[in-house]
Write a protein that binds this ligand. Structure first.
Ligand code: HEM
Length: 406
């Protein structure tokens, strides 16, 4: 790629310095700014939101994610949190094990989580997910219109996670409010975030007490009595792992389902092709994960870290932009286009390394069932109101309103 002139590079570095990842316009179509940054200042720094470094290339993400524990997971949010203001402090009430722990401490807890999300384990959630998707479609199919994100995508994932955790799926609306308060709206509202966190912790504390008295075969019950190095898990760790599973499993996957529906509602040739060739679902889903990867994750430097001549100073934060890495032309041909039969697709939507997504098999199953069920029953659909489309801002990007007619 030809190098641009220094004045252009400087202008783009300045633009990056002013970039607010919570800006709605940026989130609607981030591809062009990622492209500019990748070409001119691939490891840029924004001064917004307290300031942090940002990756845009596949190579940088792959190399920085391996610098553990010096680039620590203690602070996976790149925005400063209301509690635990001293980001390097030991005590941070936002901790969500194992994602906020570094090796080796995270490893045994991660091992306890993984059995719930193996390919074989997630298959057992398929019948529930299929029935749920059909029930949801029953509620709007005769109207000939719905919001594919609100009425469909956002109803699926909280209920599936509730099912896994052994909680009445009817309580999902309540969870969704707390989870969004905690990880979506709460970024701009410290009080809301703290309050939502409290609700989630209190809720799971009560659930845990209930399971101790009435054990079942669900996630929470199976965590009770688990040991690490001969010590039983504390109630606090179990509760926080439940909060993480809920928080990590809800808006991530509904973002991907919502963005996929938006893609097919606005790309009729891809929609027609997928409807006619259902054998393409596996590659189409991977392509949606690549092109509209929802998750970027933060790290904090525990010491000065050199990255290609730039020093990330102790205490500075950075964001591993997996979605931008997925559009790196060095790795993907036609990176900003959807190629639903793309064969070589080593995307990093689920992250890389020691914290790679523990729920990726579940996310894929939910996407597959949600999209296949929709396409079987509603093969023809289109956007009804382009102005009504909205995107979530921040570290989980995805379509939040997708008004469609069929
Ligand atoms: C399309 C949907 C999803 C995407 C794109 C996604 C993405 C990610 C990414 C990028 C990470 C890495 C974090 C890091 O490097 O610090 C991660 C971690 C994690 N994800 Fe997902 N995720 C999705 C769905 C889910 C689901 C359905 C669950 C299940 C409950 C889940 C549970 C987790 C957990 C527990 C971790 C932490 C793993 C650890 O620290 O060992 N995710 N996810």
């Amino acid at each position: 790629m030809d190098k641009q002139d220094p004045a252009t590079d400087e202008a783009i570095a300045k633009k990056a310095a002013d970039l607010d990842i919570f800006n709605a316009e940026y989130n609607t179509n981030p591809g062009p700014i990622w492209r500019e940054m990748r070409e001119s200042c691939p490891f840029a720094r924004t001064e917004k939101r307290g300031g942090f470094w940002m990756t845009t290339t596949y190579e940088d993400v792959q190399s920085l994610v391996r610098k553990v524990p010096e680039l620590s997971n203690r602070q996976v949010s790149v925005v400063e949190m209301p509690e635990g203001k001293d980001l390097l402090g030991e005590h941070n009430t936002q901790t969500l094990p194992p994602i906020t722990m570094d090796p080796p401490e995270n490893i045994p807890l991660r091992r306890l989580l993984l059995p719930f999300f193996t390919p074989k384990a997630v298959e057992t959630y398929r019948p529930f997910t299929e029935a749920l998707c059909n029930d949801l479609i029953d509620q709007f199919i005769d109207k000939g219109a719905c919001d594919g994100a609100v009425d469909y995508a956002q109803q699926i994932t909280p209920r599936v996670i509730s099912h896994i955790l052994g909680i009445d799926p009817a309580q999902s609306d309540q969870f969704v409010e707390w989870v969004r308060g905690f990880i979506e709206y709460g970024f701009d509202d410290a009080e809301l975030r703290a309050e939502s966190n409290r609700h989630l912790v209190n809720f799971f504390t009560e659930q845990l007490a209930h399971r101790k008295a009435n054990p079942g075969d669900d996630f929470i019950s199976r965590m009770i009595g688990q040991e690490i190095d001969g010590e039983p898990l504390t109630d606090r760790v179990i509760v926080k792992m439940c909060v993480l599973t809920l928080a990590a499993g809800i808006d991530t996957t509904w973002s991907s389902i919502g963005s996929s529906l938006l893609h097919f509602a606005t790309h009729p040739s891809d929609r027609r092709r997928l409807a006619a060739e259902p054998g393409l679902f596996p590659t189409a889903i991977e392509e949606m994960l690549r092109l509209h990867a929802p998750v970027s994750v933060g790290r904090i430097a525990m010491e000065d870290v050199d990255h290609k001549g730039t020093t990330i100073k102790r205490g500075e934060r950075l964001v591993l932009n997996f979605p931008a890495a997925n559009r790196d032309p060095e790795v993907f041909e036609c990176p900003d286009e959807a190629v639903i039969d793309r064969q070589k697709n080593r995307h990093v939507a689920f992250g890389v390394g020691v914290h790679r997504c523990a729920g990726s098999n579940l996310a894929r199953l939910e996407m597959e069932v949600a999209l296949q069920t929709w396409f079987k029953r509603i093969p023809e659909f289109e956007l009804s109101d382009p102005d009504g489309v909205t995107w979530a801002a921040g570290q989980v990007r995805g379509a939040r309103n997708v008004p469609v007619r069929f």
